[in-house]
Ligand binder design. Structure first.
Ligand code: WQD
Length: 339
């Protein structure tokens, strides 16, 4: 069975392609290479032994999207990752984010509706919850006003899918709200491509340890948390990738009672910034150079998932630990830096 993965050369996309291949799916990737590189195809092939079909295509080009789907009528499902995802950049470039993240979603969805098997998995984010009132966070927690245009595109994206599912019963969709994806495939043949100065914690940690960055700045240790630093639900990217395959299989096997569902994809465990650093130092035996700095604007204090719906309804559960993720992240950093 053929599955389309848009943004399939990206961090989460590439790991999901590998897990789809592990389950015997034929994968076709669409990527515009704006935030990824073609070498990722080599990494995927090195792991699975199968080189996915690949089309370099910008999903903002509506006619090319239509042509693609006409040439691939046998697609049984679409996993849609393609989007810009830098929170800070989105504040400065709102129109680029609304155009890139929403027009592409609309064009892909319009074509999906013509498939015999209109199954659609959407890459959403815990960012839709903002600072949740209750922890751990349930899928029923209210969606808060977005803190950034990026976060808003995830909220609007979900609403576009909800509204379409209401009037197109042939469309079956699932939104997966990721918490904080980290780590890399155990083989170190794919991982998070470091393009520019990392905004996220874990790539900044590994680049500091690799000597590319002078020192990690911990953005505040005066929060109302046990050690004063912010708490997040860090999920290993391989566990996250597997969740997409389980979600797609749920739709293919018609196990979904509703044609639109939402699931939190996290470990259900919160870890502070200092705990992430301690995990890194433990698994690598290295001492990380960091300092306590000012808080970062827009940071929520705590966010971690209630995973009971994912565990009991979706039938998926995270298996890898924070230590596993930090070890794989370091192995990947050493691989790309030839250390
Ligand atoms: C985690 C913690 C920082 C860098 C973002 C997006 C979210 C999703 C995941 C796309 C925070 C602290 C970080 C550093 C630090 N992206 N930190 N020093 O902000 O939880 O989520 O990435 O979907 O949408 O918002 O992740 O890794 O940036 O930060 O102290 O150099 O690490 O303050 O507490 P975040 P993050």
């Amino acid at each position: 069975m053929k599955v389309l993965v848009t943004g399939g050369l990206g961090f989460i996309g590439s790991h999901t392609v590998v897990e789809l291949q592990n389950k015997g799916f034929e994968v076709v990737i669409i990527d515009n290479l704006s935030n990824s590189s073609i070498e990722v195809l080599d990494g995927i092939e090195a792991i699975s032994g199968v080189r996915p079909l690949f089309e370099e295509l910008d999903l903002k080009e509506k006619s090319r999207v239509e042509e693609f789907f006409k040439a691939h009528k046998d697609i049984v499902g679409v996993i849609h990752f393609a989007a810009s995802k830098a929170v800070g950049e989105s504040v400065n470039e709102p129109l680029m984010y609304y155009e890139n993240n929403l027009n592409t979603l609309i064009y892909v969805l319009k074509s999906v509706l013509h498939l015999d098997s209109a199954n659609f998995i959407f890459s959403s984010s815990c960012t839709v919850y903002g600072q949740a009132d209750e922890l751990p966070i349930l899928e029923s927690a209210p969606v808060k006003p977005a803190e950034s245009p990026y976060g808003n595109t995830k909220q609007i994206g979900e609403e576009i899918i909800v509204d379409t599912c209401k009037v197109r019963s042939n469309l079956n969709a699932i939104s997966l709200r990721y918490f904080n994806p980290i780590g890399a495939h155990a083989s170190a043949k794919i991982g998070e491509l470091p393009l520019g100065v990392p905004q996220n914690l874990v790539p900044f940690i590994t680049q500091t340890a690799a000597g590319l960055r002078e020192q990690l700045a911990v953005f505040g240790d005066d929060y109302p948390t046990p050690d004063g630093t912010c708490i997040r639900d860090y999920i290993h990217v391989v566990d996250l990738a597997k969740a997409h395959v389980v979600a797609l299989q749920r739709l293919l096997e018609k196990k979904n009672p509703e044609n639109y569902e939402v699931f939190n994809i996290g470990t259900g465990k919160g870890s502070s910034v200092l705990e992430v650093i301690q995990s890194f130092e433990k698994v690598t035996g290295l001492k990380l150079n960091y300092k306590i700095a000012e808080r970062r604007a827009g940071d929520v204090i705590q966010a971690f998932a209630d995973t009971s719906k994912s565990n009991e309804v979706l039938g998926w559960k995270a298996e890898l630990s924070l230590d596993d993720a930090m070890e794989s992240a370091w192995k990947w950093e050493k691989h790309i830096r030839n250390i």
